[in-house]
Design a protein around this ligand. Structure first.
Ligand code: HEM
Ligand SMILES: [Cu+2]
Length: 621
């Protein structure tokens, strides 16, 4: 194991490492910790990035269960619209009336499902977990630039979670205007029950959520720029770090716009302004609002909303790149092209938002500009896809569970991405907008693929997080159930979508033309509910393995990146001794002439003469 050859030290004075009770040069950093830190500060109000990462992960898992439960409920309604659900009244109380699901509660269910999955699970739970866990460990830093801000970032998320969760239980029900909360439904508290207190709580919760994102993002960016260990130039960073870095930049530039939209909405709701409202009647009575535009809200929302879909997917892309290379035992194909395409996607993601608004009556010329820019995104997306496939090509593939989920990610990203190109054409989208075709598109390309990235990440980095291994057999079962499940659920949705089946309809039984889809809807619902229950295999595996899993070694996947040079369970400060310096890029797998099929980043070229390439011979002291 060449894994621990710390040769150079680095003077590093991040705030995160200077808290009073830390002593870094301790030999034994394991359980019998030296710190006499109170447990409250060690496990709850911790400033250690690894603890914060686990807090994000476990909160994310909690939310994923809630979000999945909500979708099972509305799929019951869609699959069996004629049935009665009396058996649900002990759980849902007055939302079941004479055995029927309340239509307004149906809208609340889809709204909360979307909000929870997009923001709380796939933004906080995914990016929050892995940006926190991996940035310091992979760049060679003792912690984040500011441990305190990092801690605040989690607790703002926590507070936001409490408020959103509370809103599920209030008398009038949670927000019900869709995850995109378009006015006027969201702007008029008297519109539907969910437009009242539920919507207010949604806005307050999201405002806090955005604060959490900004605190986290500033920290990630600062840490990546300033705290890289000796030798870790930007062109030696693992692709994970590039992805987390650019994700944080996207969040920092786009979340404030949603913040202002939420603020203006609060003004319209409570203080009589008319930013988003004009000439509006409710129950025959004219309201005072004049001069505002609901379409302005859509612009503000999608200026965040579109980058947001990349905020969700880019961390997954980074982790998948890393896992595919490690388990193919090959360098990632096109490292620089991978960085370039991440940059391209990041830039383009700010100039395509109006492709969500082709039906707002925008000038067709404007529409064609957004259409053109949207379709260009297919280029960097294809670069990434081909590079992943080329990495797999003739690799010495190890089918770990993480690898299966990564390959699954690539598959889902392709299947869902192709329909993006269809929707990107304004003329086609005008037909497809608000149908299940759109639902199918984004559940494959965003929902399912990002979840696959999340699972891949957890299976791969679990040993570093908890010092134990997840059970691979349960992992395989979990993978296959999920992989087959999501295709069975989302593929048929394209078909009903093309036929015009609208999204966000509580009941479709009133339309003769849709009755032919009764069986298909049942099928989708059954598959969705089964796939959801399949996830409990993972939940069991996760919590069981934390305590009972097989003990991990320092570097169980024979990986090249720095996190695997730490002790099995790194303590506060990550490396007991000095931080290793870095000499090479992170993808020296199966280098011809090398003793092993991987050379960690901290091994100098002087120790690997037999495998050095011509230009690497004289790069060393
Ligand atoms: C080639 C790449 C892509 C193109 C051209 C594309 C295009 C589009 C278009 C035109 C729409 C609007 C459809 C409508 O509402 O009528 C849309 C919706 C959506 N896309 Fe994509 N997309 C692409 C990739 C992605 C990716 C990678 C993600 C996420 C990771 C994503 C997530 C979404 C979401 C969440 C929506 C629906 C939002 C909603 O209405 O609730 N798309 N896409
Ligand atoms: Cu978009």
């Amino acid at each position: 194991m060449a894994a621990n050859l710390p040769t150079h030290s680095q003077v590093q004075g991040g705030i995160g490492v200077t808290e009073p009770s830390t002593t870094h040069h301790d030999e034994h950093l394991h359980h019998d910790e030296h710190h006499d830190q109170h447990w409250l500060f060690k496990y709850v109000f911790s400033q250690d990035h690894k603890v914060i990462a686990k807090q994000f992960l476990i909160t994310g898992i909690f939310w994923a269960i809630i979000g999945g439960t909500l979708s099972s409920l509305f799929r019951l309604q869609l699959g069996w619209p004629e049935s009665t659900f009396e058996w649900l009244s002990p759980f849902l109380g007055k939302w079941i009336e004479a055995g029927k699901l309340n239509p307004e509660f149906y809208l609340a269910l889809v709204t909360m499902h979307g909000t929870i999955m997009v923001f709380f699970v796939l933004t906080a739970g995914l990016s929050g977990t892995f940006s926190n866990f991996l940035i310091p460990l992979q760049i060679g830093a003792r912690d984040m630039a500011s441990g305190f801000m990092n801690m605040l970032s989690y607790w703002f998320f926590f507070l936001s979670s409490i408020i959103m969760f509370t809103s599920l239980f209030i008398e009038t029900g949670p927000a019900a205007a869709g995850w995109t909360i378009y006015p006027p439904l969201s702007a008029l508290p008297q519109a539907i029950p969910g437009s009242g207190l539920g919507m207010t709580l949604w806005l307050v919760s999201m405002a806090l959520f955005i604060v959490s994102q900004l605190l986290g993002g500033v920290n990630y960016i600062t840490t990546v720029i300033n705290l890289r260990t000796r030798g870790m130039s930007m062109s030696k960073l693992p692709l994970t770090i590039w992805a987390f870095f650019l994700t944080a930049v996207l969040g920092l530039l786009s979340f404030p716009v949603l913040f202002s939209a939420a603020l203006l909405l609060i003004f319209d709701r409570s203080f009589g302004t008319s930013f988003f409202l004009s000439d509006i009647y409710i129950a025959g009575q004219a309201l005072n609002h004049q001069g505002g535009s609901p379409i302005l809200f859509q612009h503000l929302f999608w200026f965040l909303g579109h980058p947001e879909v990349y905020i969700v997917i880019m961390p997954a892309m980074g982790m998948v790149s890393e896992i595919l290379a490690t388990n193919s035992r090959k360098p990632i194909f096109g490292y620089r092209a991978m960085i370039g395409s991440l940059l391209g996607i990041s830039l383009l993601s700010f100039v395509v938002w109006a492709h969500h608004m082709f039906v707002t009556g925008m000038n067709p010329f404007l529409g064609s500009v957004f259409m053109f820019l949207t379709l260009i995104i297919a280029v960097p997306s294809a670069v990434k896809t081909f590079n992943w496939l080329a990495t797999l090509w003739r690799g010495n593939i190890r089918f770990t569970t993480a690898m299966l989920f990564s390959i699954g990610f690539v598959s889902l990203f392709i299947s869902g991405g192709l329909t993006g190109i269809i929707l990107g054409n304004a003329a086609i989208d005008i037909q497809m907008h608000n149908t299940y075709f759109v639902v199918a598109h984004f559940h494959l390309v965003m929902g399912s693929s990002a979840f696959f990235g999340l699972f891949a990440g957890v299976y791969h980095w679990f040993p570093k997080m908890f010092g134990r291994m997840l059970d691979e057999k349960l992992g395989y079962i979990h993978f296959w159930l999920t992989f087959i499940g999501v295709y069975l659920v989302f593929m048929p949705m394209h078909y009903v979508g093309i036929a015009g089946f609208p999204r966000r309809y509580y009941a479709w039984t009133g339309f003769d033309s849709f009755s032919q889809f009764a069986d298909l809807n049942k099928f989708i619902s059954a598959a969705a509910i089964l796939a959801f229950f399949g996830q409990f295999i993972f939940i069991f595996n996760f919590f069981y393995s934390i305590f009972r899993g097989r003990r991990a070694t320092e570097n169980p996947w024979n990986s090249t990146t720095l996190e695997w040079t730490t002790p099995v369970l790194p303590g506060h400060g990550n490396w007991p001794g000095e931080i290793p310096a870095v000499y090479r890029w992170p993808y020296d797998y199966s280098k011809p002439g090398a003793a092993e099929d991987f050379i960690p980043q901290n091994v100098p070229y002087s120790q690997t003469q037999s495998s050095n390439l011509p230009y690497e011979r004289d790069t060393e002291e």
